[in-house]
Design a protein around this ligand. Structure first.
Ligand SMILES: [Zn+2]
Ligand SMILES: [Zn+2]
Length: 164
C-alpha cells in the first residue's frame, strides 16, 4: 500500500519533532487542524487532549506508568507502606498495639489470623487454645485411644519408682 504523501509528510514531521501538535503541523502544511489530527490518528498518534499528562513519583521523581494509582512509584509505595503502622488489638489481653502494616498484610496472606502485643500473650493464648482444641479432640476419641493416653502417663511413673 502506497502512503498518501500528506500522511508521509506528517509522519516525517512527527518523527523529527514528536512534540508538534496537530495544530502546528496543520499550520506548517497549510491544511486544517481537523485534517492534520485525522492523519495523526491514522498514523497511530493519540489525539493531544486524550493523552494524559505524564505523572511522576512524588517521592523519587520517577516517571509513573498509567496503571499506577496514587502519586508514588511501586518502590516508594512499598517503602512508605513499611514505615506505616497499623493498630491491632491483642486477643489475649485486649491491649492495642502497633505493627508494621506491610508485616500485617504479609502475615495475613500467610494465613495468620491473630496478632499479639507480646510473646507472652501469644504463648498464653496458644496454651489456652491448644487445651481447648485438645479437649475437643478427646471428646471425639474412643475408649481405645483414651487407654493409650493412660498408658503414656503411667510409663514415666514406673521409671521413677524403679529408680527409687
Ligand atoms: Zn518513587
Ligand atoms: Zn497482649
Amino acid at each position: 500500500m502506497i502512503k498518501a504523501p500528506r500522511q508521509e509528510q506528517i509522519g516525517t514531521i512527527k518523527k523529527e519533532s514528536p512534540k508538534k501538535r496537530a495544530v502546528d503541523i496543520a499550520r506548517e502544511l497549510g491544511i486544517t487542524r481537523q485534517r492534520a489530527s485525522q492523519i495523526l490518528r491514522r498514523l497511530g498518534y493519540p489525539p493531544a487532549r486524550l493523552s494524559r499528562p505524564k505523572r511522576y513519583c512524588a517521592n523519587c521523581g520517577k516517571r509513573l506508568s498509567r496503571q499506577t494509582a496514587g502519586n508514588l512509584c511501586l518502590a516508594c509505595y512499598r517503602a512508605d507502606l513499611s514505615s506505616v503502622n497499623i493498630e491491632l488489638a491483642c486477643p489475649q489481653c485486649g491491649k492495642t498495639f502497633n505493627r508494621k502494616k506491610s508485616y500485617v498484610i504479609w502475615a495475613r496472606k500467610e494465613g495468620q489470623q491473630h496478632f499479639f502485643c507480646s510473646l507472652s500473650c501469644r504463648a498464653e493464648w496458644m496454651a489456652r487454645h491448644r487445651r481447648h482444641s485438645l479437649k475437643k479432640e478427646e471428646s471425639h476419641e474412643d475408649s481405645i485411644s483414651a487407654s493409650r493416653i493412660d498408658f503414656i502417663v503411667f510409663v514415666p511413673l514406673g521409671i521413677v519408682r524403679k529408680g527409687d
